[in-house]
Design a protein around this ligand. Structure first.
Ligand SMILES: Cc1cc2nc3c(=O)[nH]c(=O)nc-3n(C[C@H](O)[C@H](O)[C@H](O)COP(=O)(O)O)c2cc1C
Length: 175
């Protein structure tokens, strides 16, 4: 049995939902999963875990600064264990931008950090206009209009391919 830590960074909760799904997949194989947020100054003894997974969403082109800080502080320990990183963004709904080596945010992120995760994934995220603040909603609708996505202000769409999340969970089991 492996003891696995999933650290996540989320704004609207969708990355956490993906982590909860991963937890269920991984625990089916008798492993134990702990979920913890990277967002508010986390103090988790990551040395005590066998494998570590980090997951974070994109907001205005970037992962949050807490993600960069967390990786910087823990890079040596991350490197010493089986590890993985996944990114969540709506651009990944598009064929040709839905793989770690084709998703522009993940490619850019990997150039910005010195840690090189052993396993990678990118998942399409969720659009939820009714819950966004006024300006966020207008800006995301404009970006969606430019990229031929949905613009109706009442749109709520989960673009995540949950089978892909399931496969990633199996990969984490095997790594
Ligand atoms: C204010 C805001 C900015 C966003 N910026 C981007 C972006 O630049 N590129 C992108 O692909 N997705 C963007 N998204 C979509 C999010 O990545 C997507 O909704 C994701 O599911 C959010 O995950 P979270 O709930 O874990 O934060 C944005 C969403 C919001 C609300």
């Amino acid at each position: 049995m492996a003891n696995i830590l999933i650290m996540y960074s989320t704004t609207d909760g969708h990355t956490l939902e993906i982590c909860q799904y991963l937890k269920r997949v991984i625990e089916r194989n008798d492993n134990r999963v702990t979920l913890h947020s990277m967002d508010n100054n986390p103090h988790v003894d990551i040395k005590s875990f066998d494998k570590i997974v980090l997951g974070a969403s994109i907001r205005y082109g970037k992962h949050s600064k807490q993600v960069y800080q967390y990786i910087k502080r823990n890079e040596l320990i991350l490197d010493s264990k089986p590890n993985a990183f996944f990114s969540v963004n709506v651009v990944a709904r598009k064929p040709g931008k839905d793989q770690p080596d084709t998703n522009p945010y993940l490619k850019k992120f990997l150039k910005q950090i010195s840690w090189q995760p052993k396993e990678l994934a990118v998942f399409a995220g969720k659009l939820d206009y009714p819950r966004y603040r006024f300006w966020d909603k207008q800006i995301i609708r404009f970006i969606m209009w430019m990229t031929k996505g949905p613009t109706r202000p009442d749109t709520v769409i989960d673009f995540t391919d949950w089978k892909q999340v399931e496969s990633f969970g199996q990969l984490v089991n095997d790594m």
